[in-house]
Design a protein around this ligand. Structure first.
Ligand code: NAP
Length: 287
């Protein structure tokens, strides 16, 4: 494997992918270099670069805003991945893409498997699910990694929002009846890099959807408490039900993803969410 194109290099995951894959020749693609909404330019742009593998870290990720911008969300989350997968199919190169736990309704009581019924509750999940289906309808060697509750030191995310709020607040109400697996973007990038390494060594794996999250589960309120504890912040957190914190998009109450297929197929496992959180905090101390 010579050249890897990372589409969406400035997103939170994109930035960690650039680090984790640095032993490869990387072509990071930003919005400035290629505005993906200009869909007619994507194929010729890639043809010029001739990557040997494409990783799509770009997406429309504003869950609430997607309710009022469903066309733009669909363009980025459905049309663009289809074009990228079509290109990968035409060049016979592997394609890696990320999707979300929000493709599920969230009424389960045990971790979702890849084969479980999807039923997204909002435009973000609807458009991401459409993107999965569009990719799978191509003949690309596509690996779709569904992840969840992504946070890091980069970009906009729950971890950074909580730390920013702690600068001005001593009390916070945080939702305690939505359960999921906070997933450090660096953990996703490392797992992806391990898989890319194996593919580059000639291993072949069944294409399709895989769940890729940190292990274990928690709720937003407990996650916030741990973020503050590890950062030495004294903030009083009051757990509240989601019904007391209305948002434009409905979110799943329970969206833990079963990672067994990822483990069995690639022999790759992400750390426990609280172990990964500690790595994220330490990254800040180092940086
Ligand atoms: N964040 C989460 O909690 C979460 C949860 C589950 C799954 N995921 C999935 O994980 C993947 C990575 O998410 P993330 O959190 O890293 O997302 P992110 O930080 O929002 O990054 C998205 C990237 O897409 C780029 N992009 C958006 N519109 C573009 C356009 N028109 N042209 C070119 N680039 C464009 C953005 O460019 P700019 O930097 O220029 O804006 C940004 O670099 C996505 O597939 C997402 O759906 C995320």
């Amino acid at each position: 494997m010579k050249k890897i194109a990372i589409v969406g290099k400035n997103g939170q995951l994109g930035q960690y992918l650039l680090q984790a894959l640095n032993k490869f020749e990387l072509i990071g693609i930003s919005r400035d270099e290629l505005d993906l909404t200009k869909t007619d330019q994507i194929h010729s742009f890639l043809l010029e670069l001739r990557p040997d593998l494409i990783i799509n870290a770009s997406a429309y990720t504003a869950v609430d805003k997607a309710e009022s911008e469903p066309e733009l969300a669909a363009l980025m989350n459905d049309a663009v991945p289809r074009i990228l997968a079509d290109y990968a199919a035409s060049e016979d190169i592997p394609f890696i893409h990320y999707s979300t736990d929000y493709v599920f309704a969230g009424d389960a009581d045990q971790p979702y498997k890849e084969s479980d019924q999807t039923d997204p509750q909002g435009q973000y999940g609807i458009t991401k699910l459409a993107g999965e289906k569009a990719i799978l309808a191509t003949s690309a060697k596509a690996y779709i990694f569904r992840t969840a509750w992504v946070y890091s030191q980069k970009g906009g995310n729950f971890y950074k929002t909580m730390l920013n709020l702690s600068e001005t607040r001593s009390e916070l109400n945080v939702v305690n009846d939505q359960v999921g697996s906070p997933t450090y973007a660096a953990s996703i990038a490392h797992a992806t890099a391990e898989i890319v390494e194996k593919i580059s060594q000639g291993h072949s794996y069944p294409t399709g959807i895989y769940h890729m999250t940190c292990q274990g589960e928690t709720n937003w309120s407990e996650f916030a408490k741990k973020i503050f504890a590890l950062n030495g912040k004294k903030i009083n957190i009051h757990g509240i039900p989601a019904s007391e914190y209305p948002t434009p998009a409905k979110r799943p109450s329970y969206s833990v993803l079963d990672n067994q297929k990822l483990i069995d197929t690639f022999n790759v496992q992400l750390p426990n969410w609280d172990e990964a959180l500690l790595s994220c905090v330490k990254e800040n101390i180092k940086g």
